[in-house]
Design a binder for this molecule. Structure first.
Ligand SMILES: [Zn+2]
Ligand SMILES: [Zn+2]
Length: 170
């Protein structure tokens, strides 16, 4: 565990300066210390002098600042890795055969194995909002083309006809 202390900075809604501060905060430190942008009004950043100074300077646009520490990522149990298992349709047997697992960086902690609890919750919610988890009882889905306005993602994908969430991308 690195025991990095993060600052969770909540900006006042609609604050224009928040975007500038986010830009400065993200650009001001090396990659390993980059802040994690969650959504427009909340930012998680390492508690370093440069960030503390920025927060202090922009105090008029900030709603609250709280501290938190990184915790072991629950999505990968701290390994930073994730085994992606895909299945391929076999026309001869009419069944889906599993392909060899592909080891990937965990998308929740970005391969680090640790994550801020606030970031963990936000990413878990984003995951839940994007992917179908209803089991697709009707077994029917709809095709959505590349760059369809208001679609869940810009890449072509399939959505579940039962819950409307994404079942497959690409
Ligand atoms: Zn992880
Ligand atoms: Zn579904």
């Amino acid at each position: 565990m690195t025991n990095t202390t993060n600052l969770i900075v909540e900006f006042k809604p609609g604050s224009i300066v928040s975007n500038l501060l986010m830009f400065l905060a993200c650009a001001g430190e090396s990659n390993s210390r980059k802040c994690t942008e969650l959504k427009n009004d909340v930012l998680v950043m390492p508690k370093t002098q440069i960030f503390q100074k920025l927060v202090h300077q922009k105090a008029d646009t900030i709603k609250s600042v709280t501290e938190s520490k990184l915790i072991t990522c629950t999505a990968c149990s701290g390994t930073g890795k994730y085994d992606c298992v895909a299945k391929m349709y076999n026309g001869d047997t009419g069944k889906y055969d599993p392909l060899p697992a592909v080891r990937m960086d965990c998308q929740v902690c970005k391969g680090v194995g640790e994550v801020d609890p606030v970031v963990l919750t936000a990413r878990a919610e984003a995951f839940e909002a994007f992917w179908c988890s209803c089991g697709n009882p009707s077994q029917s889905s709809s095709y959505v083309d590349d760059n369809t306005p208001d679609a869940a993602c810009s890449k072509h994908h399939y959505t579940c006809n039962d819950c409307g969430k994404v079942t497959q991308t690409g």
